[in-house]
Design a protein around this ligand. Sequence first.
Ligand code: ZN
Length: 314
Amino acid sequence: MSCNLLLKWITIFITVFWSCQTIGKNIGDGWGKITQEQAQFYKANDVSETTLKLTKKWYEIASAAWGNYGPTEFWLVGKSAEAAEDLNRKYCEVRKEKEPRLRLKDCLGRDYSFGDYVRDGGAGLNTRRGEHSDWSGFIITLSAKYPGPEEEDYRVVVLHEYFHIYQHAHIFSRKESERNSRNQVNPWWAEGGAEYMAQLLYSRQKGVRPGYLKEKMRQKLRSLKDLKKGESITEIPYGERAMIAYDLGTWFIAYLIDRTSEEAYLKGFYRDLNKEGFEGSFQKNFGLSSKAMLEAFHQSFLPLSEEEKLKILP
Ligand SMILES: [Zn+2]
């Protein structure tokens, strides 16, 4: 064999070897695929079995409706700061087990921990999908207030947080900038979508009063008075005025679905999002640029009377 030929074979071998490595990596990473693996649940000592059961039930409703994505963890925080601290230690042990390179003391000293949830209430999703992390997955934290598990809104919040999982499961990139551009940095799109889909799914459950969706959506219209003249909902960041973007973003998704279809939003847009990017998938599935759709929403839809607006709801 001549030296040249040998070199050629070596090159081919290396190319094939690297391609297999890359393909193997992608196959091994089940991101965005529906999984049989159920979410894991952890709770603070002062969280009741009833709350645990309730949360599991609404997770099951959400994953049955939108698909089961994971790996997913639920962390339930109660009212006791001490119990939250114990749960925090457990949390860091679990993190260390899944990401051995992580330093325990960094986890324990992290910015927003379960103690903060005891104080502030609320709920949140932490999507782990970093360029350098060993573990990708979803971590949902639920607290005992705003809303508490005894409130109707708690069920909707479980659905809302789970819809964020659905959104993030459809973005494969580990690069923050690529993830952000697909999910949008300001809350109008992702929060509007999570909130509308959660309210819609909840309104369809057995035993939920007719008129529930209209009642909730009517409440969200109160934010309209806080939108400045000529301001677009897309300009409002997380923070002090975020509620306006949450509320009117929810209305934007309702409007978008009315002009296109639930299928186009839920299936089409998210199916194409990873490959086509936000704007590409938007135009492909909704037939207009996001700019044109937003303009129509602000200029033609929002000025309608409350009753006219409510008519677009199912
Ligand atoms: Zn949210």
